[in-house]
Ligand binder design. Sequence first.
Ligand code: NAP
Length: 241
Amino acid sequence: MDLGIAGKVALVTAASKGLGRATAMALAGEGVKLAICARGEDALRATEAELSQLTDVLAIVADVTEPAAPAALVAQAVERFGALDILVANAGGPPPARSLDLDDQAIWDGLNLSFVSSARLVREAIPHMRARGWGRVCLLTSSSIKQPIPTLSMSNAARTGLWAWAKTAATDVFEDGITINTVCPGLHDTDRIKQLSLGEGVPVGDPADFGKVVAFVCSKPAAFMSGAAILLDGARYAGLF
Ligand code: NAP
């Protein structure tokens, strides 16, 4: 299938490893020009080198939780490529903690990481998409927005808040040709899942497959898909809706 996005420009944050990296690779495979970021330079440069075999790439060392980072990332992508058509907002996940073990600082930090950083990115990206009458925003969240994970209480809380915020934004921008969706991973084979020991003895998804689904969500024919939360969890969620 032709996704119709060759030549478009995407910003994929937190993209040196794992699901962000797989998404960047899938978009690069479709001929999308890419701006990517992460905090650690070594892995970022390694991913930049792989992506640059497929497309034009700008790799920026940045921490998305820094208040000024989202605006700077969008500005640098637009300065380099002259446009921003696709935003995939991703960040690392919050540390494990049950709800009643969270102190105020852990709550604020989790909100900053998993809600505020993505909201800032969306706010900064939308004017560039509106200017061209086309845009795709995909928020990488978690299956925890459907089925809370008891030991990842800030993932449950902050990502659900982000998605509620984004649902409203989706209605505000649809007539400008912009879609906003979230893709919600269940367990996928990445460093984070290994560090949390969550994928032992259960089926886990392939990040490369995940990235291709995100690329479809960001595609031309996905024009009428907006405000959707797409669960990629190998049928683990037990509810019907
Ligand atoms: P991962 O393999 O650990 O990769 C995380 C990536 O994000 C790395 O490139 C990391 O690079 C970057 N990163 C982390 N914090 C950052 C920050 N503050 N600013 C910029 N870049 C940052 O993780 P993953 O499994 O791909 O997970 C990605 C997201 O999906 C996380 O929010 C995670 O909680 C969520 N998720 C994952 C799964 C899963 O099964 N894998 C399931 C549900 C939800 P640096 O450390 O160098 O910055």
